[in-house]
Design a binder for this molecule. Structure first.
Ligand SMILES: CN1c2c(nc(N)[nH]c2=O)NC[C@@H]1CNc1ccc(C(=O)N[C@@H](CCC(=O)N[C@@H](CCC(=O)N[C@@H](CCC(=O)O)C(=O)O)C(=O)O)C(=O)O)cc1
Ligand SMILES: N[C@@H](CCS)C(=O)O
Ligand SMILES: [Zn+2]
Length: 765
């Protein structure tokens, strides 16, 4: 019999229970015991939920208090020394690794001041993980039995689960060595593999029938030494006697398939949503005992699975290896999609029927499995409904809007190019803006306080009028502008108080998107987003940000920066359509933004920032596919911004530090000023900065952490930057927006940043 499997379930909870409990713990409102109880309840609820939908193999150890990758650092004792010197509890040590910790000495306990680990994007998704960190001193050993404990917890509730582990090769490939250490992470594989064996043995003893071991890097172009390491590593793991299902996802295995041949694992999981060719490739190397797990229900999007096509793929696998050796699975963990569609009653029924969220994806897996086990007649009603939904979507008028397509057809190459080269237009901008050396600015958002969120919530629920809400927002903007004037920033922002999210906000203003009320997806730690869904051709019916930016400019004589989210970021942080090329969707969004940029300019806004932080994560996982992506991504940005006058200054912003891969694309955007995350990356940007030909503001402090760097630390960073960036091109700013921070640390951070800038100006005048 074919079995169904989920590779990982969203852990945040239908109503973000996990977010609420962890944040309550951090603010001292609940105890560690209460937090653990909340987590335990959620785990149980999620296991039961998946079982109730009919899933055969449900995962355990997919739960995490902060990040599942950091859980592995903790489990295998890859805990940098800086977190161990404060005698914190294990739970607080763990949270300090995730979010840093800064607290004064109190009650006989010493002061704590430690930054978090580096946070990076999980492949091409909007999920962030904490990059594992190893050094010459790292001693891998079993520091936690979380995976075993959670397996037993489920077992006690009579639920047999399949524990999920991140594979050791992926763990070390994604790891970095601490600055002062000479170790090459991948060289530590033999030592790490021994610790894995210890854990696997414990799982077998506890009764685990199989273990899912994730090696997603197999969807990347990998160096030979990494590929070669699989054989010996998995031979070591085999000593534990666990039945391992080696799990790959997010793309085609291509030539990496070779290393899977003969690997001592009980089964292989492949993603056939992203890469249908994985099926034939894997069948060609599968041994006659190994199980094939076919990832046919997408863990990355919210579209209903096409049952007819899916059944055909599963039948092909069954024909090749027999039904006892086939598992029907989600393509990847379904962490990346919202919990459930129930309660999304504001969605028009004719559109809602196109979607499946996590709970509905579980039901899809059960239906598909029944279809192949018991025959299509056993699920005829479901198959017919699925076909009818797909037909209705294909025929919907919103998927092809003539006015939008006509405008796209009229786009010319000139629309992508500014009239004058950077050098010349930047001096015109300087004449008009009159900015000092090392201009200071922020990235856009200021703290989204409880008061802002609650007021917006009242407005959304109709408890206050649009006039009251507008007045509240104007007040917030005025306060933020005055704050920036007082503190001495040079280019101001309005603070984005009117925005629930930098992508959702724009989606709500454009045609072609729909929204959820509770479709939360975890982004990092306790932070979530509600990605809008692109259902049809996109257009901008009217101004989206002009009212707020023009108002903000009217209350100050300093330059006000208009703030937009750029096309690729809107596209990638939404759920895009799967029936139209992403390049077409990006161009539609770009045309809407172009109108917005020109309207901002008309309203007297002379500096306009278009944030493109998702540009890097959008890079296809395989280099061979990069050029085509970069071409349309860069064109979309240039189409959005290319129509402005010479003295209108275009900024862009990127919150990642892997500048190398994307350097040419960022240069190609032809922005006048870019800000880029830098503070947590050991200033690794340095080597490339000197080659950048426009202005650049490498981030000076980490906005994900409440920790405030002292003035000297800021000054050291500025001094280091001056060595790489020409002095007339360096801007001073944080890593990213300040929306997640509170006012006290925001004030202290910016004060210290500005004091350090003034010292640097005096020294470099
Ligand atoms: C820059 N980043 C972003 C990414 N993706 C996005 N789509 N947006 C981003 O900004 N990816 C990369 C990074 C990730 N960073 C972040 C940073 C911050 C958050 C975040 O703060 N998320 C918030 C939710 C934001 C939101 O939608 N706010 C709404 C709803 C607020 C709310 O919870 N309201 C309550 C009622 C009020 C209350 O009692 O507080 C409710 O609905 O129950 C709004 O402001 O209107 C978070 O809290 O997680 C995410 C990614
Ligand atoms: N303007 C946005 C960019 C975040 S990437 C902000 O400041 O929050
Ligand atoms: Zn950012």
């Amino acid at each position: 019999m074919v079995q169904s499997a989920v590779l990982g379930f969203p852990r945040i909870g239908k109503n973000r229970e996990l977010k609420k409990a962890t944040e309550a713990y951090w603010s001292g409102k609940i105890s560690a015991d209460e937090l653990n109880t909340a987590a335990k309840n959620l785990r149980l609820e999620h296991w039961k939920l998946q079982k109730d939908q009919g899933v055969d193999i449900v995962p355990s150890n997919d739960f995490s208090f902060y990040d599942q990758i950091m859980d592995h650092s903790f489990t295998f004792n890859a805990i940098p020394e800086r977190y161990l010197k404060y005698d914190l509890t294990p739970l607080d040590t763990y949270f300090a690794m995730g979010r840093g910790m800064q607290r004064p000495a109190a009650d006989g306990k010493p002061a704590v001041d430690v930054p978090s680990q580096e946070m990076v994007k999980w492949f091409d998704s909007n999920y962030h993980f904490l990059r594992p960190e190893v050094s010459d001193k790292t001693e891998f050993k079993l520091n936690s039995t979380k995976a075993v404990d959670e397996f037993l917890e489920a077992k006690q509730a009579n639920i047999q689960t399949r524990p999920v582990l991140l594979g050791p090769v992926t763990f070390l490939y994604l790891a970095k060595a601490t600055k002062e250490s000479s170790v090459k992470p991948i060289d530590l594989l033999p030592k790490l593999a021994s610790a894995y064996v210890e854990l696997l043995k414990k799982l077998v003893e506890a009764g685990a029938e199989s273990v899912q071991i994730d090696e997603p890097i197999l969807a990347l172009d990998l160096p030979k030494e990494v590929l070669d390491s699989y054989k010996s590593t998995y031979e070591t793991l085999a000593q534990a006697g666990a039945k391992l299902i080696l799990t790959t996802y997010f793309g085609p295995l291509k030539q990496n398939i070779e290393i899977l041949k003969g690997l001592p694992v009980a089964g292989i999981h492949i993603d056939v949503c992203r890469a249908p060719e994985n099926l034939d490739d894997t069948l060609s190397i599968l041994s006659d005992k190994q199980v094939l797990s076919v990832g046919i229900v997408s863990g990355r999007n919210i579209w209903k699975t096409d049952f007819q096509k899916a059944v055909a793929v599963i039948e092909k696998a069954i024909a090749a290896v027999g039904s006892e050796r086939v598992i029907v699975a989600s393509s990847s963990s379904i962490l990346h999609i919202p919990h459930s569609l129930s309660g999304e009653d504001q969605l028009k029924p004719e559109i809602k029927r196109w979607f499946a969220f996590a709970v509905e994806k579980c039901a899809e897996l059960a239906i598909l499995t029944k279809a192949v086990n018991e025959g299509p007649a056993s699920v005829r009603k479901e198959l017919e409904a699925n076909a009818a939904d797909a037909k209705a979507r294909a025929e919907s008028p919103i998927t092809n809007v003539k006015a939008v397509r006509d405008r796209q057809a009229a786009v010319t190459p000139e629309m992508h190019t500014r009239a004058t080269p950077f050098e010349k237009r930047y001096s015109l901008q300087q004449e008009s803006l009159k900015l000092p050396q090392f201009p200071t600015t922020t990235i856009g958002s200021f703290p989204q306080t409880k008061e802002i969120r609650v007021t917006r919530n009242k407005f959304v629920k109709g408890l206050i009028s649009a006039e009251e809400y507008d007045a509240f927002i104007r007040n917030e903007i005025t306060d933020v502008v005055k704050f920036q004037e007082n503190i001495g920033l040079d280019v101001l922002v309005h603070g984005e108080p009117e925005r629930n999210d930098m992508v959702q906000y724009f989606g709500e203003k454009m045609e072609g998107f729909v929204f959820t009320v509770n479709g939360w997806v975890q982004s990092y730690g306790s932070r979530c987003v509600r990605p809008p869904i692109i259902v049809g051709d996109v257009s901008r019916p009217g101004p989206m940000t002009v009212k707020e930016s023009a108002f903000a400019q009217s209350v100050t004589s300093k330059p006000m920066k208009g703030m937009l989210t750029a096309p690729i970021t809107i596209l990638r942080w939404s759920f895009p359509r799967d029936d139209v090329e992403e390049s077409i969707q990006a161009q539609q969004i770009a045309l809407g933004l172009r109108d917005e940029v020109l309207d901002l300019e008309k309203a007297g806004v002379r500096v306009i920032q278009c944030d493109e932080p998702a540009l890097r994560e959008g890079l296809p996982l395989r280099r061979a596919d990069w050029a085509q992506y970069v071409d349309y991504a860069v064109k979309a940005f240039r189409l959005a911004t290319g129509g402005v006058k010479d003295d209108t200054q275009i900024h862009s912003h990127f919150c990642y530090s892997d500048f190398n891969d994307i350097f040419d694309a960022i240069q190609g955007l032809d922005a006048d000023v870019v800000s880029i995350e830098n503070s947590k990356s050991d200033m690794k940007l340095m080597s490339v900065l000197s080659n950048y030909k426009s202005c650049i503001g490498p981030g000076l402090f980490d906005i994900h952490s409440p920790r405030v760097p002292p003035v000297e630390e800021f000054k050291e960073r500025i001094d280091a930057l001056i060595k790489s960036v020409p002095k007339n091109r360096l801007w001073i700013n944080p890593d990213c927006g300040l929306k997640t921070r509170g006012w006290p640390e925001t004030t202290a951070d910016l004060e210290n940043m500005i004091v350090a800038t003034r010292i640097a100006r005096n020294e470099n005048a």
